[in-house]
Write a protein that binds this ligand. Structure first.
Ligand code: SAM
Ligand code: DTB
Ligand code: SF4
Length: 314
């Protein structure tokens, strides 16, 4: 049995990041193998139910109104369209369906429509996940009642680097939304992004914050920045893929029983780098042509890769 710790110090975690790559990988893979079948992978599917026109100013995001990204605000999808997409995702092997919306948080009639989407997707026998921004206690309760299983809300980066990335919501706001979701009985999905010009100590601080929560988030998405033209991070230098693999390995060591998701940016990795991510402890991915606004690794490429690696969906 692996002991679950909630008392990690930043120093300890920075020391993990500073280990020689192969030592870190060996340690992480040992933890992974002690807690999971290393040859099984959980598959989620993402859908943007409301795209663009977002009032927030997240420096990485194509959907913010603050940047000229060439992406227009669209109307919210219809409930039936979402349920059809979820049914297709299920047929294609997804076990969890995640709905994202470009909102500061849910409001008014749009929220009622989103609740109907959650209900409809749940009725298909899929796990449901929502990423709707900041939540009130009442909203979290209503989502839970509608059949929501997971709430995704990312810390994005460490608290010091965060101020360079988002100004319209604070780190505290994010932690509060995660507490609200947890208190409502929703499973928490929370992680961040590698490749926004942060230092290893920022990655360490983010992972320590996640691991030291009262419960480890059940899912920890680790995204590699997908540079979006027109955003402040559109031209940032691409992160070294070994840094992404290191972040996955440290997440695995800190949160031994959580699903660690190799999330956005997977399409830009070669097969060997993806395989190292899985070895380091990533055991969840998004499948399907599209993430929210960005293309994802193609389904045919994924089928081939999983077959070559002997990986089977959970
Ligand atoms: N609007 C909601 C919110 O931000 O809470 C939900 C959707 S938002 C797109 C969810 C998360 O996706 C962000 O917090 C961020 O971590 C990740 N993300 C967004 N754009 C990204 C990009 N270009 N590259 C990598 N990750 C990204
Ligand atoms: C998460 O950590 N990654 C997903 C999900 N949570 C909502 C979003 C990735 C978005 C990638 C950029 C895009 O498609 O616009
Ligand atoms: Fe809006 Fe979410 Fe994009 Fe931030 S990440 S700008 S909150 S859609």
């Amino acid at each position: 049995m692996t002991e679950l710790r909630h008392d990690w110090s930043e120093g300890e975690v920075e020391a993990l990041f500073a280990l020689p790559f192969l030592d870190l990988l060996f340690q992480a893979h040992g933890v992974h193998r002690a807690n999971f079948d290393p040859n099984r992978i959980q598959v989620s599917r993402l859908l943007s139910i409301k795209t663009g026109g977002c009032p927030e100013d997240c420096a990485y995001c194509s959907q913010s109104v603050h940047y000229a990204t060439g992406l227009d605000a669209e109307k919210m999808m219809k409930v039936e369209q979402v349920i059809e997409a979820a049914a297709a995702a299920k047929r294609e092997g997804a076990s969890r369906f995640c709905m994202g919306a470009a909102w500061r948080g849910p409001e008014n009639e749009d929220f009622d429509v989103a609740l109907a989407m959650v209900e409809g997707v749940k009725a298909l026998g899929l796990e449901t996940c929502a990423s709707f921004g900041l939540l009130s206690r009442e909203q979290a309760k209503r989502l839970k009642e509608a059949g929501l299983d997971w709430y995704n809300h990312n810390l994005d980066t460490g608290p010091d680097h965060y101020e360079k990335i988002v100004s319209t919501r604070t780190y505290e706001d994010r932690l509060e939304t995660l507490a609200v979701a947890r208190d409502a009985g929703l499973h928490v999905c929370s992680g961040g992004i590698v490749g926004m010009g942060e230092a290893p100590k920022d990655r360490a601080a983010m992972l320590v914050t996640l691991a030291n929560m009262p419960e480890h988030p059940g899912s920890v998405p680790i995204n590699l920045l997908v540079p979006m033209e027109g955003t402040p991070l559109g031209e940032v230098e691409k992160a070294d893929s070994f840094d992404l693999i290191r972040a996955i390995a440290v997440a695995r060591i800190l949160m031994p029983k959580s699903l660690v998701r190799l999330s956005a940016g997977r399409a830009s990795l070669n097969d060997e780098a993806q395989a190292l991510c899985f070895y380091a402890g990533a055991n969840s991915v998004f499948c399907g042509e599209r993430l929210l606004t960005a293309p994802n690794a193609s389904p045919s490429r994924d089928r081939g890769l999983f077959e070559r690696l002997g990986l089977a969906p959970l």
